[in-house]
Design a binder for this molecule. Structure first.
Ligand code: NAD
Ligand code: DAU
Length: 358
């Protein structure tokens, strides 16, 4: 294996032309945006996308990459050690682990798959990455590991983790395992903790795509409880750029908070969406609250800004406009998801057999 710096890791000035990255969970929302961003930016990088294609994975998200000779898709589970070893045997320089069960409400209904994928799956990836001396392991984590804030203050990387949902507990556990592999084995790991992402290809179970698509269908927008729960919103491409910087220049064993600083209560965010879509506030319907609902998240991204030179490019208003435009132009994409047709669509239309196992 070549030395880390020869692989373009730690120090953008020393970046070389080629790198082979294993991206897991790349058929989901952030992973697919990240892959498209990377293939466009680094024309000679190779990307292998390992994705189980759960309900949240959609190969259609990567239609624009399918004919790119630098992109390979492998259907499978990150917890399948044999499969992961087979991929890493072919020479991987870095792993970026997006694969996860990601929806808080589902973790309240059925926690088991969250523990299995988010914790055990990460451990399998770590073990094989360690065995193969992979030069960089990027763990994609979340601000939710820090728990809930009061009306003031922001999460820094030294804020103690205090997760409240089965989802955030599984992500916090994975973070602890990742950091343990750095301290115990000296593995070259880095963790990104990001706030709420929004943008193209987000599955319409999450607040913003659910709201935008419901409004397009003239359906009500469900707001949990009083709607005064605050989230810190970041456009997905800004997150992709931050992850790229952490991948290349992040320091081993470090955590980097990523957030754009656009805090909003859910109610006012949805009012903004309704205004941008020229629809009345009567679409808003208050519904039963989420159990254990975290009141407020807010990120302090000073570390990644000061140490790696990252800053967000997309204002909330512009990001929302881009997102609404994308869902307007891609009605077929989300209608296939909402109807369930997407589960078989790709196989039927692209002659790819056996993509899904369930
Ligand atoms: P997503 O649910 O849209 O996508 C998850 C992807 O992982 C899907 O393609 C799914 O098929 C795949 N997957 C699930 N289990 C797998 C397994 N066992 N093996 C292989 N693939 C598997 O999620 P997302 O919103 O894109 O989030 C990606 C990552 O970013 C997650 O780790 C999540 O915790 C983290 N994150 C998300 C946000 C957000 O706002 N969406 C914010 C912070 C952090
Ligand atoms: O903060 C980062 C996290 O953001 C990620 O780690 C998670 O993977 C991602 O799913 C997201 O979690 P949230 O729970 O914050 O996202 P969600 O879109 O589910 O909800 C956003 C807020 O909107 C939250 O306060 C709950 C509320 N909500 C959500 C839905 C789906 C509603 O009021 N109504 C809804 O129908």
């Amino acid at each position: 294996m070549r030395r880390k710096r020869d692989r373009g890791i730690q120090g953008t000035t020393e970046r070389i032309d080629r790198m082979k990255i294993l991206v897991t969970g790349g058929a989901g929302f952030i992973g697919s945006n990240f892959i498209l961003y990377m293939l466009n930016k680094y024309r000679d990088y190779d990307i292998v996308n390992l994705d189980k294609l759960t309900y949240a994975g959609n190969p259609e998200n990567l239609e624009n990459a399918m004919n790119n000779k630098h992109y390979t898709f492998v259907k499978g589970d990150i917890a399948d050690a044999g499969l992961v070893r087979g991929i890493m045997d072919k020479g991987i320089d870095a792993v970026v682990n997006f694969a996860a069960e990601s929806h808080v409400d589902r973790s309240i209904l059925e926690p088991a798959s969250f523990i299995k994928t988010n914790i055990l799956g990460t451990q399998v990836l770590l073990d094989i990455a360690r065995e193969k001396h992979i030069a960089r392991f990027v763990q994609i984590s979340t601000d939710e590991v820090y728990g809930s804030l009061g009306s003031t203050g922001r999460f820094t990387e030294t804020t103690p983790v205090q997760p409240n949902s089965p989802y955030s507990a599984s992500k916090a556990s994975a973070d602890m395992v990742v950091l343990a592999y750095y301290r115990t084995f000296g593995m070259p790991v880095v963790i990104t903790r990001t706030s709420n992402n929004y943008g193209p290809y987000q599955f319409p179970e999450k607040l913003l795509p659910l709201a935008i698509t419901n409004i397009m269908e003239e359906k009500p927008v469900p707001i949990y409880g009083d709607g005064m729960y605050v989230r810190d919103w970041i456009f997905v491409t800004d997150n992709a750029e931050a992850i790229d910087m952490v991948l290349h220049s992040g320091k081993d064993g470090e955590v980097y908070n990523i957030g754009a600083g656009y805090e909003s209560a859910n109610l006012s965010l949805i009012k903004t969406v309704l205004r941008l879509m020229h629809k009345p506030e009567s679409f808003i319907t208050h519904v039963k609250d989420r159990p254990g609902h975290d009141r407020r998240y807010a990120m302090d991204p000073s570390k990644i800004m000061n140490e790696l030179g990252w800053s967000p490019r997309t204002s909330i208003e512009h990001g929302l406009e881009l997102t609404i435009d994308w869902y307007t132009a891609n009605r077929k994409w989300w209608r296939r998801i909402k109807s369930g047709e997407y589960m078989t669509y790709y196989e039927k239309n692209y002659s790819v057999k056996g993509l899904r196992t369930h």
